[in-house]
Design a protein around this ligand. Structure first.
Ligand code: DX5
Ligand code: ZN
Length: 223
C-alpha cells in the first residue's frame, strides 16, 4: 500500500480556503487534514464545524478531522454532521476515550486516537477494536511549522507492532514537522499516512503537486 498524504489546511491561505482545498485535491492529496483547536486544550484557535460544512462541497476527498478540543464529546456530532469522515480525538480530551470512540463509530464515521509526544503508545492497545486510525503527534499540538521530535520514531515502531498484532486495518498517521527530510524515517518506522502542513503549502499553488510528490517519493524510497 502506498503512503497516504494528508495536507493540513492549517498552513493554507485562510482567506481562500475553498480554492486551497481544490488545489491540494488536484495536486494529489489523499485526504484533507483539518486541525480544530479551542484555545483551551491547545494554546491556539482555529475553526469549527461551520467552516467544515462550507468546505465540504470543494472536494470529495475524505476529511481527516483532528480535534484538539476539550471536553470533546459534546462537539463530535456536529463535526460528523458537518462532513468529517475520520474524527480523531486525544485521550486527554475527555474522561472516557472508549466512549468517545464509540460515539464516533455510532455516527458512522471512522475513529482516530491521537497521541501527544508524552502520551504512551499503550493507550491504543485498550481501544484497538474501535480504532481506524492512530495519529502520532511528532510535535506538541497547537501550531504548524514546528520541529519534528525524533523520540516519536520509537513510538511509531511500537504502534506498528500493536496494530499488526491486532490484525485490523488501521491507518498509522504522523503529524508535525513532517517534510522531505523527516518523512523517510517516519515511513521506515511503520507509518502509513503523513500529515504535512508547511511542507505542502509552500511556494506558489503550482508547487503543491511537486511538494506532495516529493513526500510520496521519499516515503517509497524509505520502505
Ligand atoms: C499541529 C497540527 C498539525 C500541523 C502540522 O497541532 O496538529 O496538523 O498543522 O503542521 P506542520 O506540517 O507544519 O508541522
Ligand atoms: Zn493535526
Amino acid at each position: 500500500m502506498s503512503v497516504l498524504v494528508s495536507p493540513s489546511i492549517l498552513a493554507a491561505d485562510f482567506a481562500e480556503l475553498g480554492a486551497e482545498l481544490r488545489r491540494v485535491d488536484a495536486a494529489g492529496a489523499d485526504m484533507i487534514h483539518v486541525d480544530i483547536m479551542d484555545g483551551h486544550f491547545v494554546p491556539n484557535l482555529t475553526i469549527g464545524p461551520a467552516v467544515i460544512k462550507a468546505l465540504r462541497p470543494h472536494t470529495a476527498k475524505p476529511f481527516d478531522v483532528h480535534l484538539m478540543i476539550s471536553p470533546v464529546d459534546l462537539f463530535i456530532p456536529a463535526f460528523a454532521e458537518a462532513g468529517a469522515d475520520i474524527i480523531t480525538v486525544h485521550p486527554e480530551a475527555g474522561p472516557h476515550l472508549h466512549r468517545s470512540l464509540q460515539l464516533i463509530k455510532s455516527l458512522g464515521k471512522r475513529a482516530g486516537v491521537a497521541l501527544n509526544p508524552a502520551t504512551p503508545a499503550e493507550v491504543v492497545r485498550e481501544v484497538i477494536d474501535l480504532a481506524d486510525l492512530v495519529l502520532v503527534m511528532s510535535v506538541n499540538p497547537g501550531f504548524g511549522g514546528q520541529k519534528f521530535i525524533q523520540s516519536q520514531l520509537q513510538k511509531i515502531r511500537t504502534l506498528r507492532g500493536i496494530i499488526d498484532g491486532s490484525g485490523r486495518e488501521i491507518i498509522l498517521e504522523v503529524d508535525g514537522g513532517v517534510n522531505a527530510d523527516t518523512a523517510p524515517g517516519v515511513i521506515a518506522a511503520g507509518a502509513t499516512a503523513l500529515v504535512a502542513g508547511s511542507a505542502v503549502f509552500t511556494g506558489a499553488p503550482e508547487d503543491y503537486a511537486e511538494n506532495i510528490a516529493v513526500l510520496r517519493q521519499k516515503a517509497v524510497g524509505a520502505k
